[in-house]
Design a protein around this ligand. Structure first.
Ligand code: SAM
Length: 291
C-alpha cells in the first residue's frame, strides 16, 4: 500500500511538475549551454565557482547557497557566451600578482611576462630610472616593473580613460606610486626624457581582428588590438618619438612573426637592437633597442 501510494504520489508530482521542469531546464540549457557545456573547461568552471564561494571547490565541502548558485549560473551563462573568465571575475594574475581588469583593458597575457624578464636581464636590481609605459591598459607591465625595481619611477599613458582608472586602482592596491596620464602615444612629447620606455602596443592587422577567437574579438577592447592596416602603425609612431634618454633602453612586445619588420623600423630611426627575447613557446616576443 505504502509503496503504491508513494509511487502514485511520485507519479503525481512528476506529472504535476512535468510541464514546468522541462521548460525551466530547457531555458537553462539553451542559455548556459548555448555553446555546449563541454566547451567550458574544468578550470574555468572551478575558478568561477571559487570566486563565488571564496574557496577552492576541490578542497571544500561547503554547500553553495541558492544565491551563490544563481550567481554561478549567471557566470556560466556569460562564460558560455564567450566572455573571458578574467572579465567575469574582474581580475587576472600577472607575474605572481593580481591585477584588476575590466572590459576597458586588455587582459594581461603570460607572453607579456617576457618583457618583465627582459628588463630584469638588462637592468640592475637597483635601477632607479624613470619608466614610461605606452598604452598601459591595466598597468600590469609598469606596475610589475615598479614592484621588481622599487627605486624606479613609473608613468603610464593610455588613450582610454576607463583603462587609466583601472591602472590607478591597481597601483593603489599594490602600493605603487606611479602616475597615469591620458595621452596619445602616437604624438607623445615630454619635457624630461625616460631611462626605460616600454610598450605592448596594439599590433593586430585591422583585417585580422575578425579572425580572432570570440573571447578576444568580441570582448577585448578594439583599441587594444588594432595595429592598423599592416599591424605596424604603433611601432612606426613609437620609433619617431623623442622620449628616450641617450643611454636609455626601449623594450617592445611584438606579435608573432613581426620581429624583422620592427627591427627595420627602429634601425631606420637610428636605434640599435640590443637583444631579442623569446616567450615560452619559443616565439620572439620582445625586442630591446638603444639609441
Ligand atoms: C595591447 S594593449 C596593452 C595593455 C597593457 N600594456 C598590457 O600589456 O596588458 C594596448 C593598449 O594601448 C592603448 N592604446 C591604443 N591606442 C593608443 C594610443 N593612440 N595612445 C595611447 N594608448 C593607446 C589601449 O587602450 C590599450 O590599453
Amino acid at each position: 500500500m505504502m509503496r503504491s501510494s508513494e509511487s502514485t504520489q511520485r507519479n503525481h508530482r512528476s506529472r504535476a511538475e512535468g510541464p514546468q521542469r522541462p521548460l525551466a531546464h530547457g531555458r537553462w540549457l539553451t542559455q548556459v549551454f548555448a555553446r555546449s557545456v563541454a566547451e567550458l573547461s574544468a578550470i574555468d568552471t572551478r575558478v568561477l565557482l571559487q570566486q563565488i564561494i571564496g574557496v577552492d571547490p576541490r578542497i571544500s565541502s561547503i554547500e553553495p547557497t541558492p544565491a551563490q548558485i544563481k550567481k554561478y549560473k549567471s557566470f556560466l551563462v556569460r562564460r558560455a557566451a564567450g566572455e573571458p573568465v578574467a572579465y567575469i571575475i574582474g581580475s587576472r594574475e600577472f607575474y605572481g600578482r593580481d591585477f584588476k581588469v575590466s572590459s576597458a583593458t586588455l587582459i594581461p597575457r603570460p607572453d607579456s611576462e617576457t618583457l618583465i624578464d627582459a628588463a630584469k636581464e638588462l637592468l640592475s636590481p637597483d635601477f632607479n630610472g624613470r619608466i614610461v609605459d605606452l598604452g598601459t591598459g591595466s598597468g600590469a607591465l609598469l606596475l610589475t616593473l615598479s614592484k621588481e625595481f622599487p627605486h624606479s619611477t613609473g608613468t603610464g599613458i593610455d588613450i582610454s580613460k576607463a583603462a587609466l582608472r583601472i591602472a590607478r586602482a591597481n597601483a593603489k592596491s599594490l602600493g605603487v606610486k606611479s602616475t597615469f596620464k591620458f595621452a596619445d602615444m602616437r604624438d607623445f612629447t615630454v619635457a624630461k626624457k625616460f631611462d626605460l620606455v616600454i610598450a605592448n602596443p596594439p599590433y593586430i592587422k585591422s583585417s585580422d581582428i575578425k579572425k580572432l577567437q570570440t573571447d578576444v574579438k568580441d570582448f577585448e577592447p578594439k583599441a587594444a588590438l588594432d595595429g592598423g592596416r599592416d599591424g605596424y602603425d604603433f611601432y612606426r609612431a613609437i620609433a619617431k618619438l623623442d622620449i628616450l634618454k641617450p643611454q636609455g633602453i626601449i623594450l617592445l612586445e611584438i606579435g608573432a612573426g613581426q620581429a624583422s619588420r620592427i627591427e627595420k623600423i627602429f634601425v631606420g630611426a637610428n636605434y640599435k637592437l640590443i637583444k631579442s627575447f623569446k616567450d615560452l613557446a619559443g616565439i620572439t616576443r620582445v625586442l630591446a633597442f638603444k639609441l
